[in-house]
Write a protein that binds this ligand. Structure first.
Ligand code: NAD
Length: 258
């Protein structure tokens, strides 16, 4: 319970799903956590839960695609907790009308890029100077298994944005490797969170995905949060520029066992 003692962590998208569970886990491991989300009420609830459990957290309402708001988010970490050591760039969107090459509306493409890719860049851009001033840190950017393989159930904007996260993270890792900042991507498989609730509520769409998961079930948010904790903590001190795949075996399989 002490893997993030004396660390200050910013988690985006921390009002729901993976980010919310990670915020609680990081706080349980000793971090002071900035709980950031575009839904300020949800961020407030998540921070209150952490405080009620004896942890340290402050909520921040932020749109990760807004440069000024992202800079302010990092300022909260430095101002309230004295520095920044961990950034978990987890906020993301998965709009229902993101589909194939021909049918995805350009506005949807742009919104997905703004949140999922530009938002990650802006987070890194704001965090790096604060981490350098804090003696180094770890950045964990959430991509997806779809950044590694094509899906017949197309979602081109989402997939392209997550591919961009992998490429951005590699460059970030190399650029700051000798400055004490590590950067890694996390590639979750399908996880039961509000992001997928509509899709997974439809038995046919649910089963179409389930048949591809060798482990035979969808993932749980805590299974991703624990991987993020490993990358965030000093336990992964020689890991940088990598993409950690946590997908129940999807990307390893050609044919999934019955
Ligand atoms: P979720 O919808 O439960 O949580 C996402 C959170 O991000 C929400 O609280 C939402 O309010 C917040 N958010 C959305 N836009 C934002 C913005 N512009 N600024 C700040 N916050 C914003 O989803 P989740 O499943 O927990 O997803 C977390 C991350 O994991 C996302 O990047 C997602 O793409 C990725 N991911 C999820 C799955 C999955 O199956 N659930 C699989 C692979 C990757």
């Amino acid at each position: 319970m002490d893997r993030l003692v004396d660390k200050v962590a910013v988690i985006t998208g921390a009002g729901s799903g993976i980010g919310r569970v990670a915020a609680r886990l990081f706080a349980d491991e000793g971090a002071s956590v900035v709980v950031a989300d575009i839904d300020a009420d949800q961020a407030g609830e998540a921070a209150a839960e952490i405080a009620a459990a004896g942890g340290t957290a402050v909520p921040v309402g932020v749109d990760v695609s807004d440069e000024r708001e992202v800079a302010d988010m990092v300022e909260v970490a430095v101002g309230r907790f004295g520095g920044l050591h961990v950034l978990f760039n987890n906020a993301g969107v998965f709009p229902a009308d993101d589909g194939g090459i021909l049918d995805t509306p350009p506005d949807t493409w742009q919104r997905v890029m703004d949140v999922n890719l530009k938002g990650v860049w802006l987070g890194c851009r704001a965090a790096v100077p604060a981490m350098l001033a804090s003696g180094g840190g770890s950045i964990v950017n959430v991509a997806s298994f779809v950044a590694l393989m094509g899906a017949a159930t197309a979602q081109v904007a989402y997939t392209a944005s997550k591919g961009g996260v992998l490429a951005l993270t590699r460059e970030l890792a190399v650029e700051y490797a000798r400055s004490g900042i590590r950067a890694n991507s996390l590639c979750p498989g399908p996880i039961e969170t509000p992001l997928l609730s509509e899709l997974l509520a439809d038995p046919e769409r649910r089963n179409r995905r389930l048949v591809h998961i060798p482990i035979g079930r969808f993932g749980r948010p805590e299974e991703i949060a624990r991987a993020a904790l490993f990358l965030a903590s000093d336990e992964s001190s020689f890991v940088t520029g990598s993409a950690l795949v946590v997908d129940g075996g999807i990307t390893a399989a050609y044919v999934t066992p019955e």
